[in-house]
Design a protein around this ligand. Structure first.
Ligand code: GDP
Ligand code: MG
Length: 748
């Protein structure tokens, strides 16, 4: 379709002022000029005449006939047009090429159909052109491809002259009709051949003239070569016929005008009622029947006509279905572009907003997006349908789908970006809401219900997401659903919940650890203090036997420790279960708690056996043994006392405490407590993050290269030796003091 793109709808119209154009088109428009050039302004003209928006509600009539048979004169009377006519004395051809004009005789008021276009075709006997019948054939093709009605204008005296010029014309029309419509199409459009017999004297009745013409046409029809299988076809299969006779215009001007007036009423809508209207006089039947219409939408007519003419003038095979498809493609694309302009106006700013948000890294939920998308989509499709659905169904359907997918790919992007913004802000809000609820719960000091906080915030987040997603559902768009995204959103909320719960677990663990630390601080401190008394708590032991406070120290420490931790485990478990921690999470938490608690105990023991502390306790232990008798009464030293013996005994007794203190052992097994078994293996669900802040424990973490024995060593051999020496020095001091006091007591 070479020249179609040059026929952009608006450019022509915009360039020509309406008043100037009205003048320029006073005689109608010369669609085809004498050089067979198609007029590019046809669209402008149709636009000016308000034909463009008419859809199928317009009609096209062509007039054929020999030169100077009063064709233009007739049209001007019939339709109020201003086609050029020959001056009475002049004998030169006036109509050249093909002219077109709109019916000027006020439409429906006069009973005439709306939007009648008339084409006045150059006379056909070639008197002045002296050419062959080339133009005649071409204009016949053009007229048949476009017109519903062909008016054949003949003199009465030409009727029955089988060899006359009119027969040549009609032969051409028939052949061309076969070429166009019959060849390989399934449905054959009918055309109306309307014979207007001029200068009817009245002596021969119209019916006779009519019969003569029909007989001639039948003979003509049988003489032309027809495509295979159509040899027996009748002319009536392809044409309807109508006849009218008009009086001599010059001799009987009043009667002429009256008959023309009468004739004009036949150019009304037929609405297919011709068959039903048996009552009507044949001579009054309406002209325009729907089946004659070529079904070219008015806004596509100029493009179609140009395409058709282009094929004709270049002697190409004129294939109307293809022409109609090409027209449909051209027009559908054009309409598509037009309707997208409005769509763009609505949608582009929203796309820009999203792009900007994305650039800032802050996707936001655009309010009113759903309404805007729904309106834009519905409008663009409706506008397209209104304008394009008149064109070739197949092409229209395809182009509609193209437009829809173009529109939808953009709306879908908007939709999805909005969903992901809703997703992101939903997750953020949820996380913040939970954190701040926990914080305010902590502030109040009350035991807030973490699980409940998560539950209600999650519910709220899901509801918000759903309503935001619901708001951007696009009606009729198959992609418009958010089930998948909703699932993802829920999954993310669950992930965030579990992360927040883990944090909450950590906070709980820290609190419980703190509790363990303070408990152990107190109770373990007390146990070590007992060493200082040297006598232990309960009852006086038999002299020389190590009191339970010393012998059972580690048993008691272990018992206190395990009981304390057991207590704390209960607290931890209860609380963790209250916020829906999984059994695995609880298991990991407890495992961590046991390990951490061991660290707390170990640090506490180390503190107790720090050099100064332990030395003080050994000294107290020694003094208790040395300066008190077996009844717990303080000794008053006398010179006769075996100070040295008592000293040695007490010192040795205290010294034996050092190795006892140095190793964490239970009495029953004289082995370290089963720390490894007590802590247990790492639960299967433990993660490296869970292990990150855990100190290694000898004998528990095998790959540490430290044994349980080593873990349970409180004082090394060197430390013990060093402690021994220091202690002895301290004891020596006490002894010297006792000695002095004994001597001093004597001298007093
Ligand atoms: P066209 O070439 O067929 O368009 O014919 P025109 O409309 O230009 O008319 C040619 C001549 O025929 C003019 O001089 C008209 O006055 C004259 N004419 C128009 N109508 C009639 C008619 O009904 N009868 C006769 N005899 N002459 C007519
Ligand atoms: Mg003329």
């Amino acid at each position: 379709h070479p020249s179609a793109p040059s026929l952009m709808m608006n450019s022509h119209f915009a360039s020509v002022g309406e008043d100037a154009s009205q003048e320029a088109y006073e005689h109608g428009i010369q669609v085809i000029d004498e050089d067979k050039v198609f007029n590019e302004s046809l669209y402008t003209y149709l636009n000016l005449e308000k034909i463009i928006p008419a859809g199928f509600n317009y009609h096209l009539i062509s007039v054929f006939g020999s030169q100077s048979t009063g064709k233009s004169t007739l049209l001007n009377y019939l339709f109020g047009t201003h086609f050029g006519v020959m001056a009475e004395q002049d004998r030169r051809q006036t109509t050249k090429g093909i002219w077109m004009s709109k019916n000027k005789r006020g439409g429906s008021g006069k009973g005439m159909a709306e939007n009648i276009l008339v084409m006045d075709v150059e006379g056909t006997d070639g008197r002045e052109r002296g050419e062959d019948q080339d133009f005649e054939r071409k204009s016949a093709l053009f007229a048949l491809a476009t017109s519903e009605v062909l008016i054949v204008n003949i003199w009465e005296h030409q009727v029955g002259l089988y060899q006359g010029a009119n027969m040549g014309l009609l032969k051409t029309v028939f052949e061309v009709n076969l070429q166009l419509f019959v060849k390989d199409s399934k449905t054959i459009p009918k055309s109306l051949l309307f014979f207007v017999i001029r200068d009817h004297l009245g002596t021969t009745p119209l019916r006779n003239l009519q019969n003569t013409i029909l007989q001639d046409l039948s003979r003509l029809w049988s003489s032309i070569s027809k495509p295979n299988g159509l040899d027996n076809s009748k002319i009536e299969d392809y044409f309807d016929f109508a006849f009218v006779a008009l009086p001599h215009k010059i001799l009987q001007p009043e009667r002429f005008e009256a008959e023309v007036e009468k004739l004009s009423t036949r150019f009304r809508e037929g609405y297919n009622d011709r068959k039903k209207s048996g009552l009507l006089d044949e001579a009054e039947l309406p002209v325009f029947l729907p089946q004659y219409h070529r079904r070219i939408p008015a806004d596509g007519f100029a493009v179609y006509a140009e395409g058709v003419w282009d094929q004709i003038v270049n002697n190409k095979d004129l294939d109307l279905p293809t022409q109609q498809e090409l027209l449909a493609q051209f027009r559908c694309d054009e309409i598509s572009r037009e309707v997208l302009v409005t769509f763009d106006e609505k949608i582009t700013p929203l796309e820009d907003k999203q792009a900007e948000d994305a650039k800032m890294g802050k996707p936001t939920v655009i309010p009113g997006l759903g309404t805007a998308m729904n309106a834009a989509r519905a409008n663009v499709m409706k506008d397209f349908e209104t304008n394009a659905s008149r064109y070739h169904k197949g092409v229209y359907t395809r182009k509609r789908a193209e437009l829809e997918s173009k529109v939808d790919s953009r709306l879908k992007a908007l939709f999805q970006k909005q969903l992901s913004a809703a997703h992101k802000s939903g997750v953020d809000n949820f996380s913040n809401a939970v954190i701040s609820a926990v914080k305010s719960g902590q502030k109040k000091g009350a035991t807030y219900d973490f699980a409940q906080i998560v539950e209600s915030e999650k519910k709220e987040a899901l509801a918000k997401f759903e309503s935001e997603a619901q708001a951007i559902m696009v009606e009729g768009a198959p992609w418009s659903n958010f089930k998948q995204e909703q699932k993802l959103f829920q999954k993310d909320l669950d992930e965030v919940s579990s992360r927040l719960r883990k944090e909450e677990m950590r906070r709980l663990a820290t609190r419980v650890e703190r509790w363990v630390r303070s408990r152990l601080d107190e109770s373990i401190g007390l146990e070590f203090n007992k060493i200082g008394t040297g006598r232990g708590g309960a009852g006086a032991p038999e002299h020389g036997e190590r009191p339970p406070s010393e012998k059972n120290l580690w048993d008691r420490v272990w018992t206190i420790f395990t009981e304390t931790v057991e207590d704390s485990e209960k607290r931890f478990t209860d609380r963790a279960q209250s916020f829906d921690a999984s059994p695995e999470e609880v298991e990991v938490g407890l495992w961590r708690l046991r390990r951490k608690s061991w660290g707390v105990l170990r640090a506490k023991i180390d503190e107790e056996v720090m050099e100064g502390n332990i030395l003080l306790k050994l000294r107290e232990n020694f003094e208790d043994k040395f300066r008190y008798d077996e009844h717990g009464v303080p000794r008053i030293w006398r010179p006769t006392d075996d100070i040295e013996g008592l000293y040695t005994k007490a010192r040795e007794s205290t010294i034996t405490l050092i190795p006892l203190l140095s190793r964490f052992r239970l009495v029953a097994t004289s082995a370290p407590p089963p720390l490894d078994a007590w802590i247990g293996n790492a639960p299967p669900s433990v993660t490296s993050a869970d292990e990150e802040d855990l100190a290694p424990i000898g004998g528990v973490d095998e790959d540490e290269g430290k044994s349980l024995e080593e873990e349970m060593t409180i004082l090394t051999d060197a430390k013990q030796a060093d402690l021994s020496v220091r202690f002895k020095k301290t004891a020596d001091g006490v002894y010297v003091e006792a000695k002095r006091s004994a001597i001093g007591g004597m001298t007093q």
